[in-house]
Design a protein around this ligand. Structure first.
Ligand code: C2E
Ligand code: CA
Ligand code: CA
Ligand code: CA
Length: 278
């Protein structure tokens, strides 16, 4: 019952649906949507593979559109990124997620992961805004992990990476999201303030075949040993079956996320199932 009504958009054909809803009308509606509180967050647990315990939660934004109903982020984040609305929307997500972490942590704080768009990354207010949000909520920087896609960092020079380094220095975790899908320059990893690699779902999918795709197996194995050698943790996305979970644990992955453990759910549902004090 937990997922009743959840993730419906993921079952639909995104292309035909995207055509059906005019991108322009969605784009134009975005600022009002933020004003009118039409966005909301769901949380999906990150599971420590060694003992199956919850190690944090990823905040995922959704839009309750007054006409079209529930829309997933793939439908509006690119539009918000394009117009720049992602900056105030991203700040709203950060505030909400950090506040939620507080509400959950009655003792041991639960880590929360928040996705950052390239536009936020390059906005001059990122560092002061993030610090302000953490301070006003009284949350330790180490309770926050910012997820940045690898592709957002490609070609970034030292100056452009400075804000991320500043956040890392005060203790914010940085995860490289969708890792392995871009033109990964492994040598570049050392120049990034990342603490975690989030292996893209496509690798997890390769392990579902019988036998598992040998290239995916080798790739995951190689990435895990490289990451660990560099002091980075490895999170795997899109774990849908026990078999995938078992293989990924055996391959040395540290943390996992996926429907096998839980779908994204409302803060209330999440707290009931996963929060430390339940
Ligand atoms: P992502 O950061 O890679 O997030 C993981 C996506 O995989 C989520 O889709 C999640 O619901 C989905 N997922 C989780 N477990 C499974 C599984 O076992 N199988 C499958 N097939 N999918 C799974 P969602 O919520 O639709 O988000 C899509 C993307 O939208 C995210 O991908 C992220 O790039 C972006 N996004 C979501 N929330 C935010 C946000 O607050 N800010 C920004 N900038 N981007 C966001
Ligand atoms: Ca993410
Ligand atoms: Ca991802
Ligand atoms: Ca993704």
């Amino acid at each position: 019952a937990k997922d009743a009504g959840g993730n419906r958009y993921e079952l639909a054909d995104p292309d035909s649906e995207a055509r059906a809803i005019d991108r322009h009308s969605l784009t134009n509606r975005l600022p009002a949507a933020l004003e009118r509180d039409e966005f909301f967050l769901e949380y999906q647990p990150l599971i420590r593979m060694s003992d199956g315990r919850v190690d944090g939660a990823e905040a995922l934004v959704r839009w309750k559109h007054p006409v079209h109903g529930r829309l997933g982020p793939d439908r509006f984040i690119p539009l918000a990124e394009h117009t720049g609305l992602i900056v105030p929307l991203g700040r709203w997500v950060l505030e909400q997620a950090v506040a939620q972490t507080c509400a959950w942590s009655d003792g041991d704080p639960l880590r929360v992961n928040v996705n950052l768009s390239p536009r936020q990354l390059h906005h001059p207010d990122l560092v002061p805004d993030t610090i302000a949000v953490l301070e006003s909520a009284g949350v330790e920087p180490s309770s926050l992990c910012l997820e940045v896609t690898e592709s957002a960092l490609i070609g970034a020079d030292e100056d452009e990476l400075k804000p991320l380094w500043q956040l890392a220095e005060i203790g914010v975790d940085i995860a490289l999201d969708d890792f392995g899908t871009g033109y990964s320059n492994l040598a570049n990893l050392r120049k990034l303030p990342a603490t975690t690699l989030k292996l893209d779902r496509s690798f997890t999918q390769g392990l579902q075949q019988h036998p598992a795709d040998p290239v995916d197996l080798t790739f995951v194995e190689g990435i895990v040993s490289l990451a660990h050698a560099l002091g980075l943790a490895v999170t795997v996305e899109g774990v849908e079956t026990e078999s995938q979970a078992d293989q990924l644990r055996d391959l040395g992955c540290d943390t996992a996320q996926g429907w096998y453990y839980a779908r994204p759910s409302s803060p209330g549902e999440f707290a009931k199932d996963w929060a430390p004090t339940g």
